[in-house]
Write a protein that binds this ligand. Structure first.
Ligand code: G4P
Ligand code: NA
Ligand code: NA
Length: 189
C-alpha cells in the first residue's frame, strides 16, 4: 500500500534493536483518514473470505481493526491484556510472549464474542515474531471458529513471524513489508 509506505518513509523513526517508531500516525497519535484507507484496503483483499468478525489485540491494533470492521460491516472484538473483572471461566485465555518487550502477557476474549460459526479476520499493527497473531489464532481455535486471514499494517520481514503463520496455512496480507532497518534506514521488501 503506497500511502502507508510513504507515511512510514516520511514519519517513521528507526530506533535501536530494529524497532520502527510510528507514533505520529499509529502507535500514539492516530491518522484516522489513513486508518480508513487501510480498512478499505483490507475490505478489498478479504472481500471473498466470508469474514464475520474482526479481531485484534489492544491497543494499537484497535484503530485499523475498527476501520476494517466499519468497511466490512461486521463487529470488531479486541483481545484484552489487562485482567478483566469477568469470571475466568467466561474467558478464552492465551499466553503471548513478546520478543521485542521480552515479557509474557495473558490475553483474553470473552466467550460471548466468538462462536463456532465465526470466520475471523485477525488485524494487527506490526508483525514481528508473530506471537500476537498466533495467540489470537489459538483463541479463535479455542472457540471452534475459523481464521479467515491475517491482515498486518507493517511487517518486519526480516523477523520470523510471516514464515510461522504461512507454515500453519494462514493467508497473510501485509500492507508494508520492511526488508531491513539496518543503518537507521527503512528498506521495503
Ligand atoms: P509479535 O507479536 O509479532 O511476536 O511481535 P512482538 O511480540 O515482538 O511485539 C510486541 C509489541 O511490540 C507489540 O505491541 C508490537 O506491535 C510491537 N512491535 C514490534 N515491533 C515493533 C516495531 O518495530 N515498532 C513498533 N512501534 N512496535 C513494534 P504491543 O505490545 O501489543 O503494544 P500496543 O502498541 O499494541 O499497545
Ligand atoms: Na500490536
Ligand atoms: Na504495537
Amino acid at each position: 500500500m503506497e500511502l502507508l509506505k510513504e507515511k512510514i518513509k516520511q514519519e517513521g523513526i528507526v530506533l535501536e534493536g530494529s524497532v520502527l517508531k510510528v507514533d505520529t500516525f499509529l502507535n500514539h497519535q492516530v491518522d484516522a483518514e489513513l486508518m480508513h484507507e487501510i480498512g478499505r484496503t483490507f475490505e478489498e483483499l478479504f472481500s471473498e473470505s466470508g469474514v464475520t468478525k474482526i479481531m485484534t489485540i489492544e491497543s494499537s491494533g484497535i484503530a485499523p481493526a475498527v476501520m476494517t470492521a466499519l468497511r466490512m460491516r461486521v463487529p470488531m472484538v479486541f483481545a484484552r491484556k489487562r485482567k478483566s473483572l469477568t469470571l475466568r471461566e467466561d474467558l478464552y485465555t492465551e499466553r503471548v510472549y513478546s520478543y521485542t518487550k521480552q515479557e509474557e502477557s495473558e490475553v483474553t476474549v470473552s466467550r460471548k464474542f466468538l462462536a463456532p460459526s465465526d470466520r475471523v479476520l485477525i488485524i494487527d499493527d506490526f508483525l514481528a515474531h508473530g506471537e500476537a497473531a498466533l495467540g489470537m489464532a489459538r483463541i479463535v481455535g479455542q472457540a471452534g471458529a475459523e481464521v479467515a486471514g491475517i491482515g498486518i499494517l507493517i511487517e518486519k520481514s526480516f523477523q520470523s513471524g510471516r514464515g510461522k503463520l504461512l507454515e500453519l496455512g494462514y493467508r497473510v496480507e501485509s500492507l508494508a513489508r520492511i526488508a531491513s532497518l539496518d543503518g537507521g534506514t527503512v528498506t521495503f521488501a
